[in-house]
Design a protein around this ligand. Structure first.
Ligand code: M6R
Length: 609
């Protein structure tokens, strides 16, 4: 939540920071700003709205410098406004700071600053408290002031500060919010995430929790919480710059939908050896460990939680261990039954979702073994887990998750297969045929994508609807939740997902003449039952779009229109059936004129509770 970029060196801070902020807009985009160090002063420019507004503001004057810090905001304390936008400064405007996260004791600190130091606040943010705190603690040494402020602040944050009298230095701190340093030639950078710096540097330091860094044009010094210098290995970024750009597509979301065949292939094949065995390189889970587990918790948020629902079915079926799936914000506050016989699986694209991270810490403190399924290498969830099963989705920029979800599903099937085979609860024959099914998925998914034109046409027919129901049974019920989330988050249509068998227990009261129902009927075992559920809503006037496997033509007797997906075993249909729903959501949102990659009120990475 919120993106930070800082630069010091021989180039144009303005150009580099604006460019970096644009790459971080996925983290928040309700306002933005930059502070420049001009040698003997600080100049701050900020405004509400997208980065383009800031560019317009800056274009009115010739302001630039060799040092600057920038910020793109997702509001937590105080509405989006010019005043609440970052950077914030202290009373005499000698210090400027940008901040990502929350200062939990900001009320207490604010009262102290007002009562004891006569500070006058200009914004409603918790961040401004940090600027004033640094102002009263400053005694000729910004680094020292930041160390002292850190001791007084509670919460999760990453922040960067500059001082007008120390014009060649940025001081940054990380505590439970992402922060990296980019290593250039004659220049150095700080940022919240790698895409912000990819155009300029490939060598970075991943900053750890409670570390403070001193960044000058020639050096990046890292100190741990005890103020001892730390030596950090340089992390070399291998991503293609294009992977973080739109590559000819209108939106990142559409590009990422189309990247799914490759993401799935990479996720599967990179962990298979020549005998088709899953190689858990870097994962130390032994046969004894797996036999020791008597329970699995899968914990995640949003789309990643929906992937967890599929993971539950896969692990229970193959490894015969009871699995509970829970949203992270609920798990952490209810004293769950976790001990050293528990396997805790955290799923997270960003690896920075605070609720998931906090749940992971809770489980770890109770002795659970932590395995995470994460996309962003070196993220907090990855670093705090015992083992990491990386998805190979590549950078996901659109707020609406697509390729991260399908690659997470792939990992869940693989984890289930690995545990089942190792434990002996599935046979090698079963395992081999399942792997063959998974290997065929990228090709089948490419076929689903060939149907894009038909789905776009369907969107033209449906985009004015204001209410939609998604129904399904078994794995289709989890996909219904994901299809519904995709539609509501980018098109703002009121959509609702429910297990088809539950409809008659209340929700069917909402079905009336013309109500749109999207009915997933991809499960051979449950096909007849789904046809009955479709009949029930049809009898009350619903307009039904069915999703079924090729060949299950009987659905056409009930549904008004049908989208077909290629034949595959029932358990893995979510890998295919979610894709038409992603495309439908995309084209409906496009026709409604929505800002698809940056939906209102949302941010890609939710690093606040
Ligand atoms: O980065 P994470 O996977 O931990 O994010 C969890 C959710 O915030 C995320 O899946 C969210 O629901 C999606 N952006 C929705 O498309």
């Amino acid at each position: 939540m919120c993106g930070i970029v800082g630069y010091v060196g021989n180039g144009s801070a303005r150009e580099i920071i604006i460019d970096g902020l644009k790459k971080l807009e996925y983290r928040g985009y309700d306002s933005s700003g930059i502070a420049f160090g001009t040698g003997n002063n600080l100049e701050i420019r900020k405004c509400v709205g997208r980065i383009s507004n800031l560019e317009t503001l800056l274009s009115k004057e010739n302001l630039d410098s060799h040092i600057g810090i920038g910020h793109t905001r997702w509001a937590t304390h105080g509405a989006p406004s010019d005043a609440n936008a970052h950077p914030h400064s202290n009373m005499d405007e000698s210090i400027a700071i940008v901040h990502n996260g929350i200062i939990e004791n900001y009320v207490e600190l604010k009262e102290m600053l007002i009562n004891e130091h006569g500070v006058v606040f200009k914004s409603e943010t918790d961040t401004e408290v940090i600027a004033h705190l640094l102002g009263v603690l400053y005694d000729g040494d910004l680094e020292e002031a930041v160390w002292k402020a850190v001791e007084m602040m509670r919460g999760a944050y990453a922040l960067v500060a500059i001082h007008k009298d120390e014009p060649d230095k940025m001081i940054a701190v990380r505590k439970d919010a992402p922060l990296i340093a980019g290593l250039g030639k004659g220049c150095n950078f700080v940022a919240s995430d790698i895409p912000a710096l990819l155009k300029y540097v490939r060598e970075i330091y991943l900053i750890e929790n409670n570390e403070l860094i001193v960044v000058t044009a020639d050096d990046v010094k890292i100190y741990n919480a005890e103020r001892k210098p730390v030596t950090r290995e340089v992390f070399h970024v291998t991503w293609d710059v294009d992977a973080a750009e739109k590559g000819g597509y209108d939106h990142f979301m559409l590009k990422e939908i189309h990247e799914q065949p490759k993401g799935l292939e990479d996720t599967l094949v990179r962990r298979l050896n020549d005998n088709g065995e899953i190689v858990l390189e870097g994962i130390t889970m032994t046969k004894e460990d797996i036999e020791n587990f008597n329970k699995v918790y899968i914990v995640a948020c949003g789309t990643a939680y929906h992937a967890g629902l599929v993971g539950k079915a896969a692990i229970e079926k193959m490894a015969r261990i009871p699995v509970e799936v829970e949203v992270a914000s609920e798990f952490r506050y209810r004293d769950p039954f976790v001990d050293d016989k528990t396997l805790f699986i955290a799923i997270s694209q960003s690896g920075e979702t605070l609720d998931t991270l906090a749940a992971l810490r809770e489980a770890k403190s109770k002795g659970a073994r932590v395995l995470s399924v994460v996309n962003v290498v070196g993220s907090s969830v990855a670093r705090e887990s015992d083992d990491v099963f990386y998805t190979w989705a590549g950078p996901e920029i659109a707020v609406a998750s697509t390729k991260a979800y399908t690659t997470q599903l792939m990992c869940m099937y693989m984890i289930g297969l690995y545990m089942g085979l190792t434990k002996g609860t599935i046979t090698r024959e079963f395992y081999d045929s399942y792997i063959e099914e998974l290997k065929a998925i990228p090709g089948k998914l490419a076929k689903v994508l060939e149907n894009e034109g038909a789905i776009e046409n369907l969107a033209k027919e449906l985009y004015r609807r204001e209410h939609v129901f998604f129904i399904g049974r078994g794995p289709d019920s989890g996909v219904s939740l994901e299809g519904s989330l995709k539609l509501k988050e980018i098109s703002y249509i009121n959509s609702f997902a429910i297990a088809a068998g539950e409809l008659k227990h209340g929700t069917i009261a909402l079905i009336e003449q013309g109500t749109l129902v999207i009915a997933l009927a991809t499960q051979d075992k449950l096909f007849e039952k789904m046809l009955s559920n479709i009949q029930e809503v049809k009898a009350r006037g619903a307009y039904v779009i069915g999703v079924a496997k090729d060949g299950n033509k009987d659905i056409e007797k009930q549904a008004d229109k049908t989208i077909y997906i290629p034949e595959c075993i029932d358990e893995i249909t979510p890998l295919l059936s979610v894709v038409p729903l992603q495309l439908l959501a995309y084209y409906i949102a496009k026709l409604r004129g929505c800002d698809i990659d940056k939906p209102k009120n949302l941010a890609k990475s939710v690093t606040v509770e």
